[in-house]
Design a binder for this molecule. Sequence first.
Ligand SMILES: *Cc1c(COP(=O)(O)O)cnc(C)c1O
Length: 397
Amino acid sequence: MVSCGDMNPFDAELQRRLEALREQGLRRELRRVDSPAAARITIDGRTHLNFSSNDYLGLANHPALKEAAIRAVEQFGAGAGASRLISGSLAPFHELEETLAAFKGTEAALTFSTGYAAALGTLTALVGKEDILILDKLVHACIVDGARLCGATLRIYRHNDLNDLEEKLKWATKNRPQATSRILIVTESVFSMDGDAAPLRDLVALKERYGAWLMVDEAHATGLYGPRRRGLADTLGVSRGIEIQMGTLGKALGASGGYICGSRALVDLLINQARSFIFSTAPVPAAAAAGTAAIHLVQSDTGRELQERLWARVAEFSAAAPHLSPAPPSMILPIVFGDETRALQAADTLRGQHLYVTAIRYPSVARGAARLRVTLTAAHTPDDVVKLVAALNLLTP
Ligand SMILES: *Cc1c(COP(=O)(O)O)cnc(C)c1O
């Protein structure tokens, strides 16, 4: 290792910052994987059981998605060449958006390079300095960043607390900068780091009463919930009460890209004003084709079987480790340590047994709320769950 004395002042400063992160248990490192993203991954030449993936249905490495991607490369090439408004919009994106809108039961859909870009572009297009944005305390970083960037007045309500949300709505109604000011509420449906669900029915009723708009991020629900696997909003029958339905193609759908589903007017406005859509090269056509194949697959009998398999693993985990299981059951299992270093040590211990589970720390969760975030997928076997529970039982949270 190079000592700070040999470094130029720039690198020496950055090295000091990295050291400070390490001392707080917050230093992050990339771990190289020499195999496809799947339930079994190869690290340092050894097979590990992967309990950290959001590929909840095991689609990332599914033949139907791979074949669709390969066909798209052959037909449309490796790259998109420019932003969709500049050089023309390749057919695979249109097919994907038509498939998505039909899947979600909305008039239209628009896809972005990532869910992160979808949140940033949508929030900045829809609200600005004259408007008021009200967020659940635990929404994803992309919504927090979009909120900061759009310049709207920001209010945060306690996680899933409708009384606190109503307080914020009352405040917002009284304190609108202008008569035309809008109030937008943003929540996730199933929360990424805790696996719990927002009370969407009550939320929709409340926002109707105050004339606010609602945006729901279904990143961890699309493909997984309900008889149609459309997500939690559809399962609860409240999709029509949600102006902006957001999600990603990169998790249960196994591909890549972010989406917004809603009215034709919403999508047309985003095409005109979402800067992360306008000023960014379109994703590779293969990603769109894989996304389309994933949505078809999720809607098929195979999709239903994968969904059943996932929830069977969740039930097996709950039965074997009720003390570690969230209620209601979820494929996201947070095992909270609090202390960052202890969470890291627990992850190291599991990795020693070839179980890959990431320690989630600030700023992904609050300081002092570090955890192992265990995720189950349809690609895990009952025996994998047995191994996981045995290893977790030896840890002391
Ligand atoms: C992962 C995630 C996103 C971002 O989606 P990407 O496609 O990965 O950029 C947005 N919201 C939530 C809740 C997420 O978990």
